[in-house]
Structures are given as structure tokens and as C-alpha cells.
Design a protein around this ligand. Structure first.
Ligand code: ZN
Length: 160
């Protein structure tokens, strides 16, 4: 149970009764946290307590902690609390794993697109190498522009 679930499950009254304390008709008990409380001064509300004599107050966990002299963790566990790995870190790791997969897919696509582009350029080059003087300035410019255009249209669109 989480601390919220524990608070839903146990009222303040349930908790004080665990220690043999019974609220009177008006909902007061003799304060266990100060001596000589002849007329019960501690009011037991639904979810918390308040002593009108000594000022002690808090919720069910505070009450158990003070009665048992324990830490919050001990009080929490004695009431059936369990520490659960925060949901946030779960969804964060799922998110990271998904991002990693998406990156891998993108990289694979990019590598494939580069390979396709290279093959295309090689085939263009082979096809025309007999007709043009290879590696003339004109050819290089053309080739570069073709590469840029293909890259922009094919790859970037694909990357979306
Ligand atoms: Zn008191």
C-alpha cells in the first residue's frame, strides 16, 4: 500500500484504538504525549489528531511514530506500507528505450538512403563516364548538386 492508501484504509480512530485508547463521545482521548491529562484534551479527527493542552498533532503516521518511537519508514511499514518504485522512473525508462529504438531506425534509414544515393551516383557516373570527361569541374558541380538535392528530397522527407 502507498501512504495514501493506508490513510484511506485506516481512520485516526482505528489507529488510536490499536493502542487501547478509546475516544469519548466528543471524540477526545487522554493525551498519551503529556502527563496528567485528566480531562481528555486530544481530539481525534478523521485523519489527524490534535491535543489542545500540549499542542501535539499530526496524522496517523505521526501518531504511530510518536507512540512507538519509530521512524516514518518503520511506522509506514508497520501499517502495511510498501515502497514501490516510482511510476515516473518506469515511464522514463520506457520513453528512453523507445527513443533509442527510434534513433536506431533513423540511423538505419539514413545509412540505407546514403547507400542508395551512392549506388545511384555510381550508376550515373558509369553510364556517362564515356560521354563526359570524368571529374571535370562541370561534372563535379553537377554531381554535388544532384547529391544535395537527392539528399534533401529523399532523405529529409523520409526522416519527417
Ligand atoms: Zn497532549
Amino acid at each position: 500500500m502507498t501512504s495514501e492508501e493506508i490513510k484511506e484504509k485506516y481512520s485516526m480512530r482505528d489507529i488510536v484504538e490499536r493502542y487501547g485508547l478509546r475516544p469519548n463521545r466528543a471524540g477526545f482521548i487522554t493525551c498519551p504525549f503529556h502527563l496528567g491529562d485528566r480531562t481528555p484534551s486530544m481530539k481525534i479527527y478523521k485523519g489527524d489528531f490534535h491535543c489542545y493542552a500540549c499542542g501535539a498533532n499530526g496524522d496517523i503516521f505521526d501518531f504511530v511514530m510518536r507512540m512507538d518511537g519509530s521512524s516514518f519508514k518503520e511506522a509506514f511499514q508497520s501499517l502495511g506500507g510498501e515502497y514501490i518504485k516510482p511510476v515516473l522512473s518506469d515511464s522514463l525508462s520506457i520513453y528512453r528505450a523507445r527513443k533509442k529504438r527510434e534513433m536506431a531506425v533513423k540511423q538505419a534509414k539514413r545509412a540505407q538512403a546514403e547507400k542508395d544515393l551512392n549506388n545511384l551516383l555510381i550508376s550515373v557516373y558509369r553510364r556517362y563516364m564515356d560521354r563526359f570527361e570524368p571529374f571535370s569541374d562541370g561534372w563535379c558541380d553537377c554531381c554535388e548538386r544532384l547529391q544535395k538535392e537527392l539528399y534533401r528530397h529523399e532523405i529529409l522527407n523520409e526522416m519527417g
